[in-house]
Every structure is written in C-alpha cells, then in structure tokens.
Design a protein around this ligand. Sequence first.
Ligand code: MLC
Ligand code: AMP
Length: 505
Amino acid sequence: MANPLYDRLFGANAGKSTPFLLLADGRSLSHSDFLAIASRFAHALVAAGLEPGDRLAVQIEKSPEALALYAAAVQAGVVFLPLNTGYTADEVSYFVENSGAKLLVCDPARAEALAPVADAAGTGLLTLGSEGDGSFAESAAGVPNAFDTVARGEDDLAAFLYTSGTTGRSKGAMLTQANLLSNCLTLAEEWRFTAEDVLLHALPIFHTHGLFVATNVTLAAGGAMIFLPRFDLDVILEQMPRATTMMGVPTFYTRLLGDPRFTADAAAHMRLFISGSAPLLAETHRQFEGRTGQRILERYGMTETNMNTSNPYDGERRAGTVGFPLPGVELRITDPGNGAELPQGEIGQIEVRGPNVFKGYWEMPEKTAAELRENGFFITGDLGMVDSDGYVSIVGRGKDLIISGGYNIYPKEIEALLDDQPGVLESAVIGVPHADFGETVLAVLVPEPGASPDIAAIEAEVSTKLARFKHPRRMVVAESLPRNTMGKVQKNVLRDAYKDAFAES
Ligand code: MLC
Ligand code: AMP
C-alpha cells in the first residue's frame, strides 16, 4: 500500500547493504540495518497503542536509534513531533498537552522529571537512550524486522514542529507528507546529491535543518551520513576527509575559520558546503573562499515552509544573498501595510507559495489565517528584496525574533517570565551581535519603584523554566525603556545602545 514519504525515502533504500550511518567510533549501519530497527520500532509504536494520525512526541539524544524512531513514525503513519533536548519539563509539558500526543518517548535520564508531565497530559511515557537502551527499545526487542507500511496520502500529516510566536505560546506547524517529500526531492536535485555522497551531519535532528533537509536529502539520494552527536570541531576536522558535503548554521563556518587546522587541504574532499537557518555574513563567505577556494552555498528556509530559496549549484553563489526561489516555489515581496506586491528592487515582507508550504498551525485557525493567505501565500515575517538578477536578500525581520547559533528565540516568551519576577516592573529582551552565535540574548530590566531586582534569583528562576539557549547572557537594569509616541518599546534604540555588549566574545 502507498505511503509516499516512506516509500520514496526509506522503502527505496530497502535491501541496500551500502552504509547509511557512519559513526565517529568507526561503527556503521547499512540502509537495511537501519530500516530493520525502524520496522521494529514501528511494531513498538503499535504495541504502545498508537494509531495512524496520532502524535508521537520525542525528546531524545541524537543517535541512530533516535533517527530510526522518525522512520518508524513515518512507516506507522504516526505524526512525528521532535523536541529540543534542551527544553525544560515546563516547556515539554506545553508541547505534549497542546499536541495531544499519545506517547512521549524521552531519554532514560529524563524519565523522572517528565513522568509528572506525561501523567498530567494523560500521555504514555517510554524511554529510548542513545545506546539503544530504555523501555521503548525493550518493547521493540524480539519483534519482526519487517513491518507492513501503513497507507498514507500526500496530504496526510507527517510531522508537527513547534515554532514560537511573537505573541503568546508556540504554534504546532503541521507538515504533510507532500510538504516534506516535494522539498527534499527538489533539494537533492538542485544540490546534485547522489548515492556517492557522504554528508557530515553535526546538526540536531529535532529541527527542519538537521531532519528534513540534511537527513531527507541524503535518504532521497540513497547516500550516507557521518552521524555525529553534536558539532565538535576536533571531530569535524578528523571526519572531513571522509565526507563530500556538510550542512550547517553559520556558527559552524565561523568556528571552522577560527581554527588554523581548517585549510584548503582539509576541505579538499568536500564538494559542497551549505549554510542556512541564520544569516551568513558576506565576510564569512569571502573568508571561507579565501581559505578553501570553495564558495559556501547559502539557502533560506523556515519551519513552516521547509526550504524556499537557494543559491545555485552551478552559477554564482552570491555572498549576502540566499539565491533564487527553488523550482516550484513562488516568492513575492509585499507591502507589510496592505499586502500589495511591491515592484522589483523594493524592500518588503517575503511571502512564499508552493508544495513546501505547511498546512497551518494545529488548532489555531486565527493564527493560521493571519499568516497563511487564502491564495496560498505564507507571510514569512522576514523582510527582503529581489535584485535585478533575481537573487533574494534578507534584509531584516518584521517579527521580533532572535536567532542564536541557529536557534530561534522569541523575546516575548522571556519577557513574560521576567515581568513576573519580584521587583521587576517591565523588561525588554533583545538580540545583540555575538561573534560565535551571531546574536545573543540581552535583557533590560526596569525595577518597580524603590525595588532592586535580585538578578541571581531571577537567573535561577529562568533556568528552571527555559531551555539554556534562551537564557539572557546578560541582564542590565535601566530606569525606563525607550518608547515611541505610540508607547511601543523602541527595541532598535536598545539594540543600538547595547550593540557592543559582547564585542569581545
Ligand atoms: C548551545 N548553547 C547555546 C546554543 N547552543 N546558547 C545559545 N545559542 C545556541 N545556539 C549553550 C550551551 O548549552 C552552553 O551552555 C553554551 O551555550 C556554550 O555551548 P557550546 O558548547 O559552545 O555550544 P555547542 O554545543 O557547541 O552548540 C552550538 C551550536 C548548536 C551552534 C553548534 O547550538 C547548534 O548545533 N545549533 C544548530 C541549531 C539548528 O539546527 N538550527 C536549525 C533550525 S531549523 P553553558 O551552560 O555551558 O553556558 C531552521 C530552518 C532553516 O532554522 O532554515 O534551517
Ligand atoms: P525557524 O522558525 O527555526 O524555522 O527559523 C526560520 C527563520 O530563520 C527564517 O524565518 C529566517 O528569519 C531565518 N533564516 C533561515 N535561513 C536564513 C538565511 N539563510 N539567512 C537569514 N535568515 C535565515
């Protein structure tokens, strides 16, 4: 029976004894080894009571088994909902409740902290460790290595990825089989991926970049990945001579350039370096070319849309731009005030339409209607322009968003927590330049009259509630916040005032 995503990405690799996952310790898994684990996991999902269309929330460390759980969900027709491993129990609780997940699979080390979360939500809880241990793995032992793939249509949901909002709480972006499949097939072709490719994979697999771009593109081509738990410069440099491609956030590239061992020779086996998720400085692009003779290929995407634009494989990869709309993707620049399309060359909001664009936000029809037009164009919240050669540039953001090392952070979520702290009248959270992460978080606190907020106590509270990557790296106290005549906080004034706060880092 048909299940387009499974059939094309996984089924197409069935029976192949060629390597799929190469691990840093020398072990490797072939495509068929991997698919056998996935099928056993699919049986375990069914045994746990999951039915097609149910949501499976996972918060587990990156490992071959963690990736097999994704394949298992697709094979069993279950909606895959991966969560950042850094999220606190508080954060996970929201995602589990909001999505109505039937099962939460977490790392064994987190089971105690997450048991109350699962209980409160009426969700099952099983564990899967990075060594293939845990109660979920146990329930998959001794079951067949094959599973009858559940039939699914292209319009059926394959995944939920949560994305924060400028107001209120995170929204579950509903991605269909066709959204994921159309995009990775296009990218594999545009970037010339083949079964000979070996992708250096150091990204997390709970976001679009590491899962739907890096992994799906490799699967579509039948290639292999050097599958690393995280970005470790020494390991990357050691493994690069075995690899042909890498996908990374700009921090990967600035860290590589910061190391004298990274030379043209070190990169000689690589045919393609791809960057995305955050702006790559034109200066980084040029330095990279100067050092290696290779030009990084920058592309642009987001959770709701997968990838929208890419610099060309052949042809000029233009620094400071994100290239052209991908085949099948329409991109237009509109006036943020009235939505009218703007003439070529003008700056406005970027809107995209195509088979890559998601189905909407889970159980949030108003938010969906506000961002996804009836005619199918999605308002990205990014500001950009198209030059006379057709290259798209992102020049800013219409949304109040900080991107730190490729992770999105919405100030509103942090401000809401800070505003609740004793002695704090109000707060403003901004992104300021940071050499390693591109941007980092700085909070400005305004005390209540006569109060002096206890910064250490506030930091302690923040760490119990929010994932580490969202923590303000500095909190400063100010008498008041700059406001315009409408009373709106002028974050641009604050960003300017604190732009050198991390100049040395
Ligand atoms: C880790 N830390 C971060 C952080 N990553 N803080 C802010 N921002 C980040 N991105 C914390 C750690 O917990 C640690 O805390 C401290 O900062 C220093 O950590 P590190 O050892 O230097 O970090 P490292 O583990 O090396 O991770 C950095 C990183 C990683 C850049 C390699 O963050 C990463 O892999 N980012 C990729 C994110 C990603 O995949 N984005 C794609 C989203 S999809 P402490 O406690 O030690 O102080 C998307 C769509 C699209 O955007 O277009 O692709
Ligand atoms: P996310 O919601 O995590 O998927 O992040 C998507 C956002 O990341 C986009 O809306 C952009 O603001 C940003 N982004 C992704 N790729 C690029 C890029 N190449 N250059 C600049 N910003 C990018």
